[in-house]
Design a protein around this ligand. Structure first.
Ligand code: ZN
Ligand code: ZN
Length: 174
């Protein structure tokens, strides 16, 4: 970006004269629900935690209201516990591999997501990211046995799962 004015990652407005929060790992770790909402809202742009990313106070508060379950019942609040299937966390904040702290975060290739779903009952949400090292290591067995897998599925996961299956059927390559 040629323009170096600090702007809010959500509304893109200048935060020079506005109350703002600097985006840091600590801020996002302490406010996980908010962080996820924000990261999903700005996807596919990646958060770099480079000390030049901000969110303005109004956007932060809006995110906070959106993630508070009782104030704002979202349509996909219905959650199913499905023991036969597992998924990785939906966060884009770090690599899907448990406790991986690598800063690179890429989208997980569709063929990998389809293969894991078809052969291992493991669903990878659209928002999940993977680091360069784990992407090239190709060690999916480690992911299948990962201690951070979950069994709760919401309607977004349901739709994304069907989309993956549709693509698999249409490509007829699996
Ligand atoms: Zn804003
Ligand atoms: Zn990783």
């Amino acid at each position: 970006m040629a323009d170096n004015r600090p702007i809010c990652v959500l509304c893109n407005r200048s935060v020079v004269h506005r109350r703002r929060l600097e985006i840091t790992h600590a801020l996002f770790e302490e406010n996980a629900a908010n962080a996820q909402y924000i990261i999903e809202a700005i996807a596919p742009q990646q958060v770099e935690y480079n000390g030049r990313e901000y969110i303005c106070r109004p956007c932060w508060q809006r995110a906070q209201r959106a993630v508070q379950p009782n104030n704002n019942p979202a349509p996909h609040e219905c959650v199913l516990q499905v023991e036969e299937y597992s998924r990785v966390p939906s966060t884009s904040a770090n690599c899907v591999f448990d406790r991986c702290r690598s800063v690179s975060r890429r989208r997980i290739p569709e063929n990998v997501r389809i293969t894991l779903l078809l052969h291992s009952n493991l669903f990878i949400p659209d928002s999940a990211r993977i680091c360069d090292t784990h992407l090239t290591s190709n060690d999916w067995e480690e992911l299948i046995d990962s201690p951070n897998l979950r069994h709760d599925f919401n309607s977004t996961h349901f739709v994304q799962t069907l989309e993956l299956l549709k693509k698999a059927v249409l490509k007829k390559i699996f």
